[in-house]
Structure formats: structure tokens, C-alpha cells
Design a protein around this ligand. Structure first.
Ligand code: AMP
Ligand code: ZN
Length: 147
């Protein structure tokens, strides 16, 4: 069911833009519009649920499998190796800002100095650059198409 006050449901309904990485099937993925790092991807079930425990087990498994395919593609794009934080903020007190299950794939480098806890808790919302996101998404899609 689409929730009108959920931004991810609005994206899925085509009412808000997204730079799509995967746009078919029960699990989809797009670029995070306020990336904590360049190349930050969100993987989400199409169905609206707030908590991971509310997903049926098939969808929950597919979330992980789809994320693994995308993570592999991200590593192809960055042959030096992309270390990733796989993050699920599951509930408001756990820094969940969008109440629709999502798995963050967050590229890391030893030099990025990202303080994940500080940044997850208080987001600095800059104006999103959708053109750059589309270019990032297209690079991952190109690898997925050949995998
Ligand atoms: P969380 O804080 O774990 O709930 O993560 C929600 C994520 O959704 C944040 O990283 C936001 O930057 C991201 N986000 C919010 N609105 C949008 C949007 N319209 N398109 C893409 N990502 C979004
Ligand atoms: Zn939703």
C-alpha cells in the first residue's frame, strides 16, 4: 500500500524523482539524495513497512540478495575495492528518518574521516545534485546489466 506521507512510497508511485539503480521487482534501489559519501545507495522493498521484522521472510531475504548484487557492482566500478557500511536504522530512536525499510550501502575509504554516528544522527541537508546522482546510478546499472 502506498503511504502518501512516505517519501519512498512517493518515489515508488512516480510522484518524486529518483536516480534508479534497480527499478523492477519487489526490491528496488536508488541513490541517496543526501549522500553521506559519494555513491551512497538505498535498497528498499516496494511494500511499505517501517520495521525489518514486518517484512515477510522472502522479501527480507531478497533485500539482502539484491543489496549483495549491487554491492558487487559497486566494487566493479571501484576496482581498488569499495568497503561499505551496510546500515539499517530500524525505528526512530535508531535514527530512522524515513519510516519505510531501507538498507544503506555506504562506500567508505580509509581516508574519508566520516563519523557515521554523528552524521546519521544529524543530517546536513545540502541541495541535491540529481544530475550527478543519475550518472552514479547509470554506472552501477551498467555493471548490473552484464552480471
Ligand atoms: P534514515 O535516516 O536511515 O531513515 O535514512 C533515510 C535516508 O533517506 C537518508 O539517508 C536520506 O538522505 C534519504 N532520503 C530522504 N529523502 C530522499 C529522497 N527523496 N530520495 C532519496 N533519498 C532520500
Ligand atoms: Zn513507504
Amino acid at each position: 500500500m502506498t503511504h502518501n506521507d512516505c517519501i519512498f512510497c512517493q518515489i515508488l508511485a512516480g510522484n518524486a524523482p529518483a536516480a534508479w539503480v534497480v527499478d523492477d521487482g519487489p526490491i528496488v534501489a536508488f541513490m541517496d539524495i543526501f549522500p553521506l559519501q559519494p555513491g551512497h545507495v538505498l535498497v528498499i522493498p516496494r511494500e511499505h513497512h517501517q520495521y525489518v521484522t514486518e517484512l515477510d521472510s522472502y522479501t527480507r531475504g531478497l533485500l539482502m540478495e539484491t543489496a549483495a548484487r549491487i554491492a558487487t557492482a559497486m566494487r566493479v566500478i571501484h576496482p581498488a575495492g569499495t568497503d561499505l557500511n551496510w546500515v539499517i536504522n530500524d525505528g526512530k530512536a535508531a535514527w530512522q528518518h524515513v519510516p519505510h525499510v531501507h538498507l544503506h550501502l555506504l562506500p567508505r575509504s580509509g581516508r574519508d574521516n566520516l563519523s557515521l554516528i554523528n552524521r546519521m544522527a544529524t543530517r546536513f541537508m545540502r541541495k541535491p545534485d540529481m544530475t550527478a546522482f543519475e550518472a552514479d546510478a547509470a554506472r552501477i546499472r551498467a555493471v548490473l546489466e552484464h552480471s
